[in-house]
Ligand binder design. Structure first.
Ligand code: 6R9
Length: 640
């Protein structure tokens, strides 16, 4: 067991090893009893009497279907009785010399009501879809909660996405309302959010009738008469009760990338998602009433939904909301912020850990980290070296580190060690959370037992599971339940060791993970072929020291067009504009052809190997229509 590190001892924890064992067994043998008990973490208008009603073939998933509740009430109003004066949010602005803003639960209640009234004044009603395109400020969280209060379905689009990508997401869910800000700020640079909304709405045919604009930087912007409204003009303090919601009423849509086609609008519902985020937050972060929690994720991603907006607030936690980036004004920003607000639990992504590790320890040791008692990682595999640095340097070798594996579709954490219950294994996420039933299968669907490596499936539903793809249930079924009938297929490869610990090896489909952001290679390919000079494109991931994976693009040009450094730079800009900066290609490889089978299928396996600089194992290339192409591709490999 030498690779294992025993957890620190503590007098007080939400879960011991013995309790985990007993509760895990019960969560499988009596899931309904177990989850109906966990559901009591929330305040229900009508408490549920039914647990899970689900099938993976055909696919239909419901939890707590006879329950009624409102998650804004649970995140805010219900804490007024005993936590009105407790700090809910501490806003740390991009500029470290800017104003820190602290909101108690009572303050948060006032803000949420003001926002909900503003939304009502624009015409937002129960069931309406509302698109958020926001900076990482208090109003982002408030806007999500205000939607939940009214029973409106929020769809948050990350502020780094382009007007094109924003428009696509507005149109797909037929959203009539947008909430944005004049500008965002990241690393001292303004992000033209309102101008991007204007571009999206001016250049595309949408049904948007109201845009609510929050004044953040005070930049001079144009407001379109009748459509755009300043938040301050519509906000009001009048009473605004929480809408009673059935447990299976939609809570939000969040777009995420898959191996094919456009991003999918993953739909989560109210009761199950609420129970899952509340329960996982309590156990996984071992949350105690006096903790100061900080998850550095943006609300544009699922991590920001589950462990900024919902999980912490449903538990009445105090948390930091951070607008900035890890390297501004210098590489010590994370640790300076931890010292400033006495953060006890910190949750971030491996890409940030690796980038900061490279800058040396002095940026860390310059700041007091004595408040820290737990560190977490999420979003992509964390290599053992980065894991050890995270624990030894920021964590002073004394705090537990959790590596939490989960997905947009799972709603919350699925695999992790519990901080004071389980030994940690660097590079391994660890054990299944309550109710989670992982299974490894080979490519033929044979179940693998014991220590093994295979494709990770989940064989039973859990309350936080996504219910459908908005407007396209067939796509939901096809994407997740058709590879292995009767099982949810995660798209991840995974190893299980002899102790039952799970280690995620990465995606096994055509999804790449760039700095923890999921990207479909098909999306980047579609953007590239829109360029007038591009004939065909094939995109693969390659190992990248900081980002985990980088984007490698093979491009063939139209007859008569010639590849050049200028054209490569132009294509990079082109993709950035089409999708957003997160999708900027790292390498553009001009080639006169793509390796195809005789039936015309691109052999991505070969392209992946060449991009990875791993020629020894190209496998069988004899089925290629033009085998000589492989040597030319190897020769032309773009190294930086
Ligand atoms: C929460 C989130 C999901 C994909 C997932 C996997 C990768 C996430 C991980 C991890 C290894 C971890 N992933 N956490 N891989 N170890 N701890 O990131 O959701 O954006 O939907 O991405 O991210 O490949 O399938 P999402």
């Amino acid at each position: 067991m030498s690779e294992f590190i025993e957890p620190p001892q503590t007098a007080k924890t939400n879960c011991t090893a013995a309790q985990y064992r007993a509760d895990y067994v019960r969560s499988l043998s009596d899931p309904d009893g177990f989850w109906l008990e966990q559901a009591k973490r929330l305040d229900w208008i009508d408490p549920p009497t039914i647990g899970g009603e689900w099938s993976f073939d055909p696919v239909e998933i419901k939890w707590f279907a006879d329950g009624t509740l409102n998650l804004c009430h649970n995140a805010v109003d219900r804490h007024l009785a005993d936590k009105a004066d407790k700090t809910a949010l501490i806003f740390e602005p991009d500029d470290p010399d800017g104003a820190v803003r602290t909101l108690t639960f009572a303050d948060l209640h006032v803000e949420v009501i003001r926002m909900a009234n503003a939304l009502k004044a624009m015409g937002v009603t129960k069931g309406a879809r509302v698109t958020l395109y926001m900076p990482m400020v208090v109003e982002g969280v408030v806007a999500m909660l205000a939607c939940a209060r009214l029973g409106a379905v929020h769809s948050v689009v990350f502020g780094g996405f382009s007007p094109e990508a924003l428009a696509g997401r507005i149109i797909d869910c037929d959203s009539h309302f947008v909430i944005t800000a004049d500008e965002g700020l990241r690393g001292g640079k303004p992000i033209a959010l309102n101008a991007n909304v204007d571009a999206a709405l001016d250049e595309h045919d949408t049904q948007v009738k109201g845009v609510l604009v929050i004044k953040h930087t005070g930049a001079d912007i144009t407001m379109k008469e009748g459509r755009d409204h300043w938040y301050a003009d519509l906000a009001s303090d009048e009473d605004c009760p929480c809408e009673p919601m059935n447990a299976e009423d939609p809570l939000f849509i969040l777009y995420t990338s898959g191996s094919t086609g456009k991003p999918k609008g993953v739909l989560h519902t109210t009761g199950g998602y609420g129970v899952w985020t509340a329960t996982t937050f309590h156990y996984v972060f071992d949350h105690q009433p006096d903790d100061v929690f900080w998850c550095s994720a943006d609300i544009g991603w699922i991590t920001g939904h589950s462990y900024v907006t919902y999980g912490p607030l449903l538990n009445g936690a105090t948390q930091v909301i951070f607008e900035g980036v890890p390297n501004y004004p210098d590489h010590g920003r994370f640790w300076a912020t931890i010292a400033r607000h006495k953060v006890s639990i910190f949750y971030t992504a491996p890409t940030a850990i690796r980038a900061l590790m490279r800058e040396g320890d002095s940026f860390v040791t310059a700041h007091d980290r004595s408040s820290l008692r737990l560190l977490g990682s999420v979003g992509e595999p964390i290599n053992p070296e980065a894991w050890r640095w995270y624990r030894d340097v920021p964590g002073e070798g004394r705090v537990p580190v959790i590596d939490t594996w989960w997905q947009t579709e799972t709603g919350g954490v699925m695999l992790t060690t519990l901080p004071y219950a389980h030994a940690m294994k660097p590079g391994s996420a660890g054990l299944p959370f309550f109710g989670v039933q992982p299974q490894l299968v080979d490519n033929e669907g044979q179940v693998l037992d014991g220590a093994a490596e295979g494709n990770l499936c989940l064989t039973a539903s859990w309350p936080g599971q996504a219910r459908t793809v908005y407007g396209d249930h067939d796509r939901f079924v096809q994407t997740y339940f058709s590879t292995y009938t009767g099982k949810y297929f995660t798209g991840d490869g995974c190893q299980r060791d002899e102790h039952g610990y799970y280690r995620i090896t990465g995606r096994v489909d055509d999804v790449i993970n760039v700095s923890g952001h999921r990207m479909g290679t098909a999306e980047v390919e579609s953007a590239l072929v829109l360029h007038p000079h591009v004939s065909e494109a094939a995109v693969v991931g390659f190992p990248h020291d900081i980002k985990g994976q980088g984007i490698y693009c093979y491009v063939t040009l139209n007859a008569g067009d010639e590849g050049s450094d200028d054209l490569a730079a132009e294509l990079r800009q082109w993709v950035r504009k089409e999708i957003g900066p997160v999708a900027t290609p790292d390498r553009i490889h001009f080639t006169d052809g793509l390796p195809k089978t005789r039936s015309g299928k691109i052999m991505r396996r070969i392209l992946r190997k060449i991009a990875e600089n791993d020629y020894g194992s190209l496998g069988d290339t004899s089925t290629l229509a033009d085998p000589s192409l492989v040597d030319r591709l190897i020769e032309g490999r773009v190294k930086s």
